[in-house]
Design a protein around this ligand. Structure first.
Ligand code: HPA
Ligand code: ZN
Length: 334
């Protein structure tokens, strides 16, 4: 059993669609009368051999097409929550990609209501808190993002914030500045993927043009010492996903992942799973993989969890509760 199983964990970088395991994909395809372009679960799993972010996204959007109803989105996230509860998950801020569904004809409200149903149940049955972060697809037109924000404006009760994801190279953050400004006016928190495949300058651009409070990935920030200094000074959280970086070949070996360098630089790094169904591990598995490849003592594991709590959008009361639980893990009997 994992040494870190009972360490309280917070997921800040988790795509709902990236939790779709092959078994559920086929079950939903059957339920909705959809043909998946794979003969079996094993054949689908065998396709998880990615060469870069785009090769993953092609498969991710193809399997996402099995999701249609409020119940589908509920089942999807509930399966993730149950599995992650066993790995010590306490709080999760869930990314989702409404445009991947609304362009197919799925109703925006069915997506947020279904995901919301699972989060409500998680709170009462599993003690897991959390919320939803709606991501705009950066490789689709800005006008589509603006229309998606219009829909979100009618359901602000269901959302914590907005994010930016999908293909990064060739799709800089700048054009989304107005959409993000309006999201802020609506009271939504702001985050963005940056510095995953694109260089450090994309992290800087996300900070300056979108006003984001967290950077998702940000591993390439290390290439720019001035940027690192700013991220440290402004205590900008970086949500790092080592298994994702390995499977999408951002790094060629987990043992050479920049996580230790990022920690040594004083960056506010935390550990997350990104798309656990595709990248070979949930949040607890991620701690274990880092421990195996890079070494991870209890103090550093607790620091990574503490950074996630500090960088989260949880209430001050919930943050205190989680920080207390982490200290109890670190100092008490397991
Ligand atoms: N990067 C960009 N977009 C994504 C990712 C990612 O790691 N996962 C799901 N959408
Ligand atoms: Zn991501």
């Amino acid at each position: 059993m994992s040494r870190f199983r009972t360490l309280p964990k917070v997921e800040l970088h988790l795509h709902a669609e990236g939790t779709l395991e092959p078994e559920l994909a086929f079950a939903l395809a059957r339920r909705n009368g959809i043909e998946l372009p794979f003969a079996s679960e094993a054949e689908l799993r065998a396709a998880y051999d990615f060469t870069d972010l785009q090769s993953f996204l092609d498969l991710y959007y193809a399997t996402t097409a099995v999701l249609w109803t409020r119940r589908d989105f509920d089942d999807l996230l509930w399966a993730y929550l149950q599995r992650s509860a066993e790995q010590g998950l306490q709080h999760v801020e869930v990314f989702f990609d409404p445009q991947a569904h609304t362009v197919r004809g799925v109703a925006f409200t069915d997506i947020v209501d279904g995901l919301g149903d699972a989060l409500t149940r998680a709170r009462t049955e599993l003690g897991i808190t959390g919320g939803l972060i709606m991501c705009f697809l950066r490789d689709r037109p800005v006008t589509e993002a603006a229309r998606t924000l219009d829909e979100a404006a009618t359901r602000l009760d269901a959302l914590l914030g907005v994010g930016l994801d999908s293909a990064e190279v060739g799709f800089p953050p700048g054009p989304f500045a107005e959409v993000f400004a309006r999201a802020a006016q609506l009271g939504l928190r702001r985050v963005a993927h940056a510095g995953e495949e694109a260089p450090a300058s994309s992290v800087l651009e996300a900070l300056d043009t979108l006003g984001v409070e967290r950077i998702d990935h940000g591993v390439r920030a290390l290439d720019d010492p001035h940027l690192v200094e700013r991220l440290v000074r402004e205590e900008i959280p970086l949500t790092v996903c080592p298994l994702s970086n390995l499977r999408l070949r951002v790094v060629d070996d987990l043992a050479r992942h920049p996580l230790p360098a990022m920690l040594a630089a004083g960056l506010k790094v935390s550990l997350h799973s990104d798309d656990p169904a595709y990248f070979g591990g949930y949040v607890g598995d991620t701690f274990d993989a880092v421990a195996r490849s890079l070494g991870l003592d209890d103090e550093t594991a607790a620091l990574l969890s503490r950074n996630a709590v500090a960088g989260s959008f949880a209430t001050a009361e919930r943050k205190t509760e989680l920080l207390t639980a982490i200290e109890r893990w670190l100092t008490g009997p397991r």
